[in-house]
Ligand binder design. Structure first.
Ligand code: ADP
Length: 496
């Protein structure tokens, strides 16, 4: 029997030997040779050194992606692209435990949460595999004087830059890779500098697909690499998930070649509990709608509107539920909430907690940094629940991206619609009611890309997701998600 030099919970992929970039089917060092450390947020330890790609590396990757797009990848028949994605789904199933463990080490998410997401991630690939063989244009009767035949062709949009955040280190890249490959695009993935390790390992795993070099590339780095990709004149599309501030920079950077954009940005989503709600369901539903992934969810229902008649009881029950959640290392199967991703993020969240107190909100459950015993060097924070939050307070307006619930009191339906919509964001919204009329009325009235009734943050590969207003534009998932990676060409043929 050989003795493993490391506990089995530390994947062999981790180590301080600098990681490389995956460009044109090869692992290459960045031209600058620069690296940056990746920190485990549960321990504060450096677990890998990652390549810090510069504009010249981005350019190499774009050239490789262009060559593949115009070369061997264009020759792939739809059924071949379908098979690529079906095989990728199998590979992902095989390697999922390792990838999710890497995600836990890299950004802290509990392995139990990743396990719950497995089905969704794998089925995203199978769903998009199906689309690869079902892409078609239209023949269109026209009234132009003369005899003309007109039809449309659906073509891959081209070279896609996929820029992803840390909070979904596997979901976010794969929700872009699936439809992009189905459509026949080539991809340069630039994962978050806080969660690149699963993406790098995924690229290794994807080598088993024998894709033509350049179809799938991964470059690591931070804003400079992302910015170079967004500005590159030979990138046709950026699919971005992240903060609205970075989204706005990408919109500006994209102007040079008028590249197309899909923007999944942040939110300050309302979650509205009516007096007739199923109390027992709504309490954990509303609480986890904010606290899931330690609050690091773009659609977090972080403005919790509760009807005056149940307000005190409901907020007390939410606080009790939140206080019972176990905060700790994501490797522990009993952990509900892992750490936040970085010390900077921890400080940001604590800053919001202080601002809630300073602006007069009532702290029903006091959260704060947890740093004793095993948690000493990690970025752990327990949930905070504020009541009597007013609409103009900072904690009711800005995205916190941490485990902080702001409970607001409302009295009637028109009032709560007006207040819920009075946000510059419009990503998600929740409604808890047993009245079917209220459910439909609210679903129409709320100005957000998704409305969840008696549930929160449910998602599926076939159902589109995206934002209104400052939460972005473009959709992921469903046929609308596929269409983000296709473009329509019109053909006219004179027939007389
Ligand atoms: P967060 O990771 O804090 O949500 P960002 O929205 O800044 O914040 O990050 C999302 C992704 O955008 C990451 O991959 C990040 O490296 C990248 N990024 C950061 N700045 C830029 C930029 N100026 N242009 C393009 N991408 C960027």
């Amino acid at each position: 029997m050989t003795i493993s030099p490391r506990p089995p919970s530390i994947p062999a992929y981790l180590g301080l030997e600098p990681k490389k970039l995956f460009i044109g089917g090869e692992w290459v060092a960045p031209l600058s040779a620069k690296t940056f450390p990746s920190v485990n947020p549960s321990t504060g330890a450096i677990i890998a050194n990652l390549a810090d790609a510069g504009a010249d590396d981005v350019d190499r990757a774009v050239r490789a992606a262009r060559q593949a797009l115009e070369g061997p990848w264009a020759a792939f028949k739809p059924h071949q692209r379908q098979n690529v994605l079906l095989r990728l789904a199998e590979l992902l199933e095989e390697h999922y435990a390792e990838l999710s463990l890497l995600a836990t080490h890299d950004m802290g998410t509990p392995v139990s949460r990743s396990a719950r997401q497995k089905h969704r991630i794998v089925e995203t690939l199978r769903y998009n595999a199906g689309w690869a063989t079902k892409i078609y244009g239209d023949t269109i009767e026209n009234s132009a004087p003369g005899e003309f035949f007109s039809y449309t062709l659906k073509e891959p949009i081209g070279v896609v830059g996929a820029i992803t955040p840390w909070n979904g280190p596997l979901v976010s890249p794969l929700e872009k890779i699936g439809p992009a490959l189905a459509a026949g695009c080539t991809i340069i993935l630039k994962p978050s500098e806080h969660a690149s390790i699963p993406a790098l390992r995924l690229a290794e795993i994807m080598e088993a697909l024998d894709l033509p070099p350049g179809v799938f590339n991964v470059i690591t780095g931070a804003g400079e690499a992302g910015g170079a990709l967004a500005a590159h004149l030979d990138v046709d599309k950026i699919s971005f998930t992240g903060s609205h501030v970075t989204g706005q920079k990408i919109v500006e950077a994209s102007a040079g070649n008028m590249k197309q954009l899909a923007m999944e940005l942040g939110g300050k989503s309302p979650d509205i509990v009516f007096a007739d709600a199923d109390f027992e369901r709504a309490v954990p539903g509303a609480a986890m709608g904010v606290l899931g992934n330690t609050g690091q969810m773009c659609m977090a229902g972080s403005r919790l509107f509760v009807h005056d008649s149940i307000y005190d009881d409901f907020v007390a029950a939410v606080a009790e539920f939140a206080s019972g959640l176990k905060v700790g290392s994501g490797l522990d199967l009993s952990t509900d909430l892992g750490p936040v991703v970085s010390e900077r993020q921890l400080d940001r969240v604590l800053g919001y907690v202080r601002s809630g107190q300073a602006e007069g909100a009532n702290m029903v459950l006091e959260g704060g940094r947890l740093d004793s015993g095993e948690l000493a060097h990690g970025f752990f924070i327990s949930p905070t629940v504020f009541s009597e939050v007013a609409d103009e307070m900072t904690i009711a307006r800005e995205e916190i991206f941490g485990p902080v619930i702001s409970a607001l009191r409302f009295h009637d339906t028109d009032e709560v619609i007006r207040r819920a919509n009075a946000s510059e964001f419009g990503l998600g919204a929740g409604v808890w009611t047993t009245n079917v009329s209220t459910a439909h009325q609210m679903a129409r009235a709320l100005r957000s890309g998704s409305v969840w009734v008696n549930c929160y943050a449910v998602g599926d590969a076939s159902v589109p997701f995206g934002g209104y207003k400052l939460s972005g534009y473009g959709k992921e998932k469903g046929i609308e998600g596929l269409n983000e990676y296709l473009t329509t060409k019109t053909v006219w043929i004179r027939t007389d």
